[in-house]
Design a protein around this ligand. Structure first.
Ligand code: HPA
Length: 278
């Protein structure tokens, strides 16, 4: 078990990626469950299987293929991670965020994180997009932060500010694009739970009462590390299911993946639109 990352470890993985790609990426993109289709939008693509990279936390989850795709998106150099790794798979918080550290070392300035999420806000519908305006770091509050352990001062400060985790300018661009393309873009607070079990109705009523709009099992560790490293973040949830606040419906991973396929075209439109305006 890799509990903490060292700079040597990060740079070993970074060098392996650097040796395979043509240009340093300005943009990082992490694709959530069922949203991997976005990787096909990358031009001049070089694809790297993450199993070829030293130290990489390889994902075991269906719907997460484990590929890095480097190339261009709307003229921007980009590195796209198709298939993230989750805490519930057994890796440490620091280890699952190695991809963000690699992006930071390669010079990424903007990270776009996407995920599939359950709608806790009763007005949200499956198939809609939600702009993440803030998050609730429940797992971090319980002690599991990717920044726990010795601080790597070369990468960021011991106590990073999180008051504007989701970049206001990027949020404004996303709103503009959604309006122009008539996309439904909800907004709200994303809560990260450790999973892998979905929530009980009581969990969900609790989340609703503390101001959560959408719930999932990812993103927050990556955003925490990105902000520590000074990377600007745009976060988008694809609402895959209505959370089961009354216990009348069940949630399955298959449902989440299927919804992702429907959401992908809207997500591509939104992200392309934002990139055009950068
Ligand atoms: N709960 C937690 N994670 C999820 C959900 C959900 O309902 N949908 C997609 N990811």
């Amino acid at each position: 078990m890799i509990e903490y990352l060292t700079l040597e470890m990060i740079d070993q993985t970074t060098d392996a990626v650097r040796s395979r790609i043509q240009a340093p990426p300005r943009l990082g993109l992490i694709l959530g469950s069922g949203l991997g289709g976005l990787a096909s939008a990358v031009e001049d693509a070089v694809s790297i299987s993450v199993t070829e990279l030293p130290n990489w936390p390889v994902s075991t989850v269906p719907g997460h293929v484990g590929r890095l795709v480097a190339g261009k998106l709307e003229g921007q150099t980009a590195l796209v991670l198709q298939g993230r790794t989750h805490f519930y798979e057994g890796y440490s918080m620091a280890h699952i965020t190695l991809p963000v550290r690699v992006m930071q070392r390669l010079g990424v300035e903007i990270l776009i994180v996407t995920n599939a999420a359950g709608a806790v806000n009763p007005t949200f519908e499956p198939g809609e997009l939600m702009l993440i305006t803030d998050h609730l770091n429940l797992v971090g509050m319980a002690g599991h932060s990717p920044l726990r352990g010795p601080n790597l001062d070369e990468l960021g400060p011991r106590f990073p500010d999180m008051s504007r985790a989701y970049d206001r300018e990027l949020c404004a661009l996303a709103r503009q694009v959604a309006k122009e393309h008539r996309l439904v873009l909800r907004e709200g607070v994303y809560a990260c739970l450790a999973g892998p079990s979905f929530e009980t109705p009581a969990d969900l009523r609790f989340l609703r009462s503390i101001g959560v709009d959408a719930v999932g099992m990812s993103t927050v560790p990556e955003v925490t590390v990105a902000r520590h490293g000074g990377i600007r973040v745009l976060g988008i949830s694809g609402i895959s299911n209505k959370a089961n606040l009354d216990g009348d419906t069940i949630t399955t991973h298959e449902e989440v993946l299927l919804a992702g396929e429907k959401i992908t075209p809207q997500l591509i439109t939104l992200i392309r639109g934002v990139l055009k305006r950068l």
